[in-house]
Write a protein that binds this ligand. Sequence first.
Ligand code: SAH
Length: 245
Amino acid sequence: MTAKINAKIRLYVEHSLGAGQSLPLDRDQAHYLFGVMRQAVGAHVALFNGRDGEWQAEVVEAGKRGGVLHCVAQSKPLQLPPDLWLVFAPIKKARTDFIVEKATEMGAARILPVATEFTNSDRIRQDRLQAHAVEAAEQCGGTYVPEVAELQKLRALLDYWPQERQVMFCDEAEVGNALELAADVHKGGPWAIVIGPEGGFSDAERKRLHAMEQAHVVSLGPRILRADTAAVAALTLWQTVLGDW
Ligand code: SAH
């Protein structure tokens, strides 16, 4: 059954996906599909839920307040990203949104905002950031949505740091070649990228990160990058050297 595979519209849903599976649409989804995107009964939509890969589905009922989709055939298997966390200190709203969007596109498995001593903002809207990750996954063809964790203190995160998780600590005070990262580690295993806020890390935080046995201190070049640029640069570097690119 390869009915008109590759619908243009991709939607993230919570519901299980599988052959013959029907799923109800909630009000927002119905509004988006039928109101905004002008789809009707018979239209095809690609669905993913982060667990069952991507499925082509057909609209079998379309209403103002709801609707029903019917799964036709799987069009992609589930593709998990490498086990990479992006730990970053939230900056201004639009730039934080950008970091979450880019991290999703670039294949981070989990996104962890942390409050540091010089963090520019000490509150985030986790639900909004999570929605950004969903949108980015819909747009980039991914079958996985990274979890955006609640804001936590960097100190608390480091207190319970998992023993086996390596850390790529991006330190603007470091001089050296970013590609040295590849020399002392092999592919695979859990990792995290750590990026500081606009004000950088405090001396105490920098000292603590340097002292971690899992730490690999990395320079991203002789220029100071903004935190959002640094996040994208670091993800690129890690993916090229150790990831699934
Ligand atoms: N402390 C700096 C700015 C920090 S830039 C200052 O005010 O002078 C924000 C974060 O991006 C840093 O904490 C670091 O994690 C990362 N970053 C920026 N430029 C970098 C570089 N050249 N090498 C490594 N990390 C960098």
